[in-house]
Design a protein around this ligand. Structure first.
Ligand SMILES: NC(=O)c1ccc[n+]([C@@H]2O[C@H](COP(=O)([O-])OP(=O)(O)OC[C@H]3O[C@@H](n4cnc5c(N)ncnc54)[C@H](O)[C@@H]3O)[C@@H](O)[C@H]2O)c1
Ligand SMILES: O=C(O)[C@H](O)COP(=O)(O)O
Length: 348
């Protein structure tokens, strides 16, 4: 690939210091500025060739349109739903992510929420802090022998499956791209969502947020589930419709929810978070030392590879790494024929 000149990079969120160090070692000037207001970003973005973000910076079309010199948007993490990939592609800006860097951390948090839901750990801990000793109220249920439905059998879905199988859970799942024989080799039986909903004691979602996954769990699909099903969302707010979830919790159709992500972050609407059967975290899936070190390092190395004209290999390992692979190739190779990556993916 022809080298791409990147002299200055803005890091707009808390990214591991290795990111800055690697970029600077390679002669790239780095500015770190957190909590920038949208107008500030619009005013300053023209000064940079590269932008490194996590999930909090909303890289909207108006920011991209003001980014006269931007060549790359690097997402130190997985989801790129906070980046207007379409607008970036039209402007010839490459969008890259580091999708495998936080897989294990997100999978481990998902398992922690599943276990916490089964044994009411956060509620019991809170009750103890309040001076109580309530052994009856927090009666739980074993995970052993229960059915876990995994919607989205990519990197994280696969890691969740193997961990929860070790607890004796039966794992079933659905994914429009991962072949059933592949997921079967990791012990996940694939089936249609219609078949999956009524069988699950627990459901966890691990899809990207895109039009086809918004509200995957809604009033209609909750009604198809077992009464008392427990759900976990460590993927993106909105994959489980929040208003439908409140209604399902109120009616008892949903017996509990473990949520790491929300439509609005931080959420202003408190009815979900305050519900006694909801346990929640402030988007902590990738918040481990290890995940942050990997993501910060990976994104810096990927940028340096581009500066040096190297082919992007990095974490690219399967068709599921669609943002890294396709955005890279479509902007570098098919610049004359920009395609909407999300549409392309959802029609695969
Ligand atoms: N909470 C966190 O901090 C955290 C951390 C890492 C990743 N995530 C999020 O987790 C999600 C999954 O990440 P990943 O690395 O496993 O991604 P991945 O690309 O490896 O897997 C996603 C899978 O979802 C499948 N999929 C797409 N549309 C679907 C649909 N309609 N129904 C069922 N499956 C569908 C894809 O085929 C793919 O296999 C992303 O949204 C990501 O942003 C959150
Ligand atoms: O998609 C991701 O990588 C996760 O949601 C993590 O987001 P964060 O980098 O803002 O923690």
């Amino acid at each position: 690939m022809a080298p791409i000149s990147i002299k200055s990079v803005l890091i707009s969120e808390s990214v591991d210091p290795r990111c800055r160090a690697i970029l600077e070692e390679n002669g790239i000037r780095v500015t770190e500025k957190q909590n920038m207001k949208k107008d500030e970003l619009i005013a300053e973005i023209k000064d940079y060739d590269g932008l490194v973000v996590r999930s909090a910076t909303k890289v909207t079309a108006d920011i991209i349109n003001a980014a006269d010199n931007l060549k790359i948007i690097g997402r130190a993490g997985t989801g790129v739903d906070n980046v207007d990939v379409d607008a970036a592609t039209k402007k010839g800006i490459i969008v890259m992510n580091t999708p495998s860097g936080n897989t294990i951390s997100a999978a481990e948090l998902t398992c922690a929420l599943l276990m916490s839901l089964s044994r009411n750990v956060p509620q019991a801990a809170m009750s103890m802090k309040q001076g109580n000793w309530d052994r009856k109220k927090f009666m739980g249920a074993e995970l052993f022998g229960k059915v876990l439905g995994i919607v989205g059998l990519g990197r994280i879905g696969k890691e969740v499956a193997s961990r929860m199988q070790s607890f004796g859970m039966r794992t079933i799942g659905y994914d429009p791209i991962t072949p059933p024989e592949v997921s079967a080799s990791w012990g996940v039986e694939q089936m249609s969502l219609e078949q999956l909903w009524p069988q699950c004691d627990y459901i966890t979602v691990h899809t990207p947020l895109m039009p086809s996954t918004v509200g995957l769990l809604n009033d209609e699909t909750f009604a198809k589930c077992k009464k008392g099903v427990k759900v976990v969302n460590c993927a993106r707010g909105g994959i489980i419709d929040e208003a439908a979830l409140v209604r399902a919790l109120e009616s008892g159709q949903c017996g509990g929810a473990g949520l790491d992500v929300f439509v609005e972050e931080p959420p202003k609407e408190r009815s979900l978070i305050n519900h006694p059967n909801v346990i929640s975290c402030p988007h902590l899936g990738a918040s481990t030392k290890e995940a942050q070190a990997r993501c910060g390092e990976d994104i810096a190395l990927q940028i340096v590879d581009m500066v040096q004209g190297k082919k992007l290999v990095g974490a690219v390992s399967s068709t599921q790494n669609y943002f890294s692979v396709l955005c890279y190739y479509k902007t570098c190779i098919s610049k004359d024929k920009p395609q909407n990556i999300i549409q392309l993916f959802s029609t695969c």
